[in-house]
Design a protein around this ligand. Structure first.
Ligand code: FES
Length: 162
């Protein structure tokens, strides 16, 4: 059997190369992990499946606390996922059932059910999240996709088929 002789110098060189390869591999894994989406379904920043659209009556506002939004079903049956963050300085805006408005507790801005500004200082309408209806008729809200808007507009409303 033949033995392989490696000089001390070669051994040190090989050790450095092997150590460098391990360090590079670890860096790649850490980098890929950092780049991959961290938000999971049902967490803010991820998707929310709110179930069948039929369970939300027209004219209803349903808070989805984990997603920091309100599912709004308008009287004409259209849907909006309204972000609860005030467009003035970012306070959470509760919905006032009695007035049918979003009323910010910080500086008094008021918004319509669609999120339009009724009373400043809020400079623009409440933001909305991307909302879609699956083939099975489930409402899907993506809180990773924020839609900024100056005003509420009928083109932003999502309608379920059928
Ligand atoms: Fe809402 Fe100022 S943060 S009105």
């Amino acid at each position: 059997m033949k033995s392989i002789k490696i000089s001390r110098r070669d051994f040190l060189g090989l050790s450095l190369v092997a150590g460098g390869a391990v360090a590079i591999t670890e860096s790649l894994f850490v980098g890929l992990r950092f780049l991959s989406p961290r938000a999971t379904e049902g967490e803010f920043g991820g998707q929310f499946n709110l179930g069948p659209y039929e369970q939300y009556p027209p004219g209803s506002v349903t808070p989805v606390e984990a997603g920091r939004f309100y599912l709004v079903r308008l009287q004409d049956s259209g849907f909006l996922a309204v972000y609860q963050r005030c467009t003035h300085l970012g306070c959470s805006v509760p919905y006032d059932q009695s007035s049918g408005q979003f009323v910010c507790p910080c500086h008094g801005s008021k918004f319509t059910t669609e999120g339009d500004v009724l009373t400043p200082p809020a400079p623009r309408a409440l933001e909305i999240f991307q909302l879609s209806v699956s083939e099975a008729g489930d409402l899907i809200v993506d809180t990773g996709t924020i839609i900024e808007r100056d005003q509420a507009d009928p083109s932003q409303v999502v309608y379920a088929q059928g």
